[in-house]
Design a protein. Structure first.
Length: 307
């Protein structure tokens, strides 16, 4: 089953401070909305079960539900800010993340309703958006690392970020004004551990460059590169004759394997974000009729039993 998170880049670049469990709660709620097909609106609550939290992040069963309850309560008081271009200039907007929360002890679950202001930022897929699979952040153990990963992959297509001024970077990554004001402490406690975790546990490698005015560091820029996957190596070794196989697939086989592929987590990068699994499967079946796309998808077909 795909576990794809999609956020408008206005939200990715928003300045806010959430702890790790709060970030995980929001991501699980977004995933729940996608997988259930009911979407996100300002009226219907999204349910996150402790079991989902345990399975996704490999946390201890005895503490998972309490952690979700605490995160839900804290999130209710949280605010986030972002900028929006208006006809008469830039509007600086502040809103709450959620308008309502609840927790149900009998089912070890929590419910939340996103505030009206945040819903279009999460659900709208415009020209600029960022998507990633939940598994990419499952083993990041700090909120700083999750935030840095989100910021970085917004620049995946270019492979590098612009220079981010230090004061803006601290806000974007969630560091309070009273925290880690000495650069040594900021690097040791925030920046270096986050980069290390991203290199070890996600699909990108990253290098940081610091920018100075005189002797003082005033900002950072980052270079990132997609890790070469086993799937890509397989694609590179496929004999061109393999493409002939796509013409031997019956319509029934195409649709059967398309349904299997639509639920494969690693196929998430091909999803358009708002489509259902059924719509995604139909589009995959069409892709399998194209020899070049068939060749591209061949490693994934092998994963779901195609021989």
């Amino acid at each position: 089953m795909k576990e794809l998170i999609v956020k408008d880049n206005a939200l990715i670049n928003a300045s806010y401070n959430l702890d790790l469990v709060e970030q995980r709660l929001i991501l699980l709620a977004i995933m729940e909305a996608r997988e259930s097909g009911k979407g996100i609106n300002a009226n219907d609550p999204l349910t996150v079960h402790a079991e989902s939290y345990i399975n996704q992040f490999n946390v201890h069963r005895n503490t998972a539900y309490q952690a979700l309850k605490d995160a839900c309560k804290d999130l209710f008081a949280r605010q986030f800010s972002y900028q929006e271009q208006r006809p008469k200039g830039v509007a600086n907007i502040t809103s709450r993340w959620v308008s309502q929360i609840a927790y149900i002890d009998n089912t070890a679950s929590v419910e939340l309703i996103f505030s009206p202001a945040i819903i279009p930022l999460i659900t709208r897929l415009e020209k600029h958006f960022t998507s990633y699979e939940m598994k990419q952040i499952s083993y990041l153990s700090t909120g700083y690392a999750v935030r840095l990963y989100e910021i970085l992959i917004a620049w995946r297509s270019t492979g590098k970020t612009p220079v981010i001024e230090l004061i803006d970077f601290r806000k974007q990554i969630g560091v309070l004004d009273t925290e880690y004001n000495r650069m040594h402490d900021f690097k040791k406690r925030v920046l270096d551990p986050s980069i290390k975790q991203i290199k070890e546990h996600t699909d990108i490698t990253v290098e940081v460059e610091q920018h100075k005015k005189g002797r003082s560091i005033t900002g950072f820029s980052f270079r990132l590169q997609q890790k070469k996957s086993v799937n890509q190596e397989l694609i590179n070794t496929i004999n061109l004759d393999t493409v002939d196989l796509c013409f031997k697939m019956t319509d029934a086989q195409r649709h059967m394997f398309a349904n299997k592929l639509s639920e494969l987590p690693s196929m998430g990068k091909y999803s358009q974000g708002t489509e259902s699994f059924q719509q995604f499967a139909i589009r995959i079946a069409e892709m399998l009729q194209d020899p070049e796309r068939f060749k591209e998808l061949y490693p994934y077909l092998k994963k779901v039993g195609y021989r």
